[in-house]
Design a protein around this ligand. Structure first.
Ligand code: GUN
Length: 321
């Protein structure tokens, strides 16, 4: 997508001079996607008199989660949707959270429901995500949507892996026959990412905490997706020359002068000269997550009125690409 090469944004050390990996500009892609969503929200309202509504629930005061949910609300408004925020205290019981979800499930003004994770320890996240009505489960984490992805049926796809897949398809086109390695096996990113790549015809390996030699598995990959939360885990000897590298990790680290900066799970300065394409952190996968959440909310609103616009606009199997 971007004409910029990784060497223009790497730290500028001499060994990076002339490095060739092109940067995958997730920020620009997400901006385009949000614009398209805003246009479609307007057209949807004109056709049906319905404004898509997204409810976001946060339990507790985790500072990072507070920033995420506020950004979600802001972006929801920006594309012309309605945002309903529920900020609940840390002491909220599982029963009262489930009661709120029941109310949101029945509310016709709400088309999408997201409960921000992680939840406080006394609340079972599986019980909560499965309480969300499948057609409002815009995170795609409940067992119905997860099962649909597993069996290759149309459903709602988790936002971060969906964003990664959109970037990959826009960069590489047809993914059939490519070797893909996903590092990290979470329900939120790693597992759905692997299934999406499998459904696209890739040969997929998944590495996790017990994998004996993740570097060797990674070196086989034409597509390497990394989602572990371990900053700088992936070094240059993990990467096949020319591979497309998608870095989902976001860790905030302190820098000199009391400031902070974001880094990924991939050692960017080492890997960028070897990779064919790479997502930066920040500005790669991060902006895609909220853009895809908005896409999923529009899709849920369309499903609520039986609108086939997804199909009409060329979306394969209602996938909101
Ligand atoms: N916490 C971090 N990422 C996510 C996400 O994509 N969805 C939810 N619900 N919580 C998160």
């Amino acid at each position: 997508m971007s004409e910029k090469t990784a060497s223009e944004t790497a730290s500028g050390s001499p060994e990076n001079a002339g490095a060739g990996a092109s940067l995958i500009d997730g920020k620009a892609f997400a901006k385009n996607l949000r614009q398209r969503t805003a246009d479609e929200v307007r057209a949807f309202h004109e056709k049906h008199g319905v404004t898509p509504g997204l409810a976001v629930v946060l339990v507790g005061n985790d500072p990072a989660s507070e920033v995420y949910v506020r950004n979600k609300a802001l972006e929801t408004h920006r594309v012309g949707m309605r945002s309903f925020m529920h900020m609940l205290p840390e002491t909220t019981s599982e029963a009262s959270l489930l009661h709120l979800i029941e109310r949101l499930n029945e509310d016709p003004e709400i088309h999408g429901i997201l409960v921000q994770l992680p939840l406080p320890k006394h609340i079972d996240p599986f019980c909560v995500t499965n309480a969300i009505a499948p057609n409002k489960d815009v995170d795609g984490l409940g067992e119905v949507n997860a099962g649909r992805l597993m069996t290759g049926l149309p459903g709602i796809i988790p936002c971060t892996p969906l964003g990664c897949l959109m970037l990959l398809k826009s960069e590489l086109g047809d993914l059939r026959g490519l070797n893909a390695t996903v590092i990290g096996a979470s329900n939120l990113v790693g597992k759905p990412m692997a299934l999406l790549l499998l459904n696209e015809g890739c040969t997929v390996s998944i590495c996790h905490i017990d994998t004996v030699d993740p570097a060797a598995m990674s070196r086989t990959a034409d597509i390497l997706v990394v989602a572990t939360g371990k900053r700088g885990l992936v070094k240059k000897d993990w990467v096949k020359p020319g591979a497309t590298v998608i870095d989902v990790g976001i860790t905030r680290i302190p820098t000199e002068g009391g400031k902070t900066r974001l880094v990924g799970d991939v050692d960017f300065d080492e890997v960028a000269p070897i990779a064919g394409r790479i997502t930066p952190v920040p500005g790669g996968v991060g902006p895609m997550t909220i853009a895809c959440l908005l896409r999923n909310t529009l899709k849920a609103a369309r499903m609520s009125v039986g609108d086939k616009a997804c199909k009409e606009s060329g979306d394969k199997n209602w996938l909101p690409y």
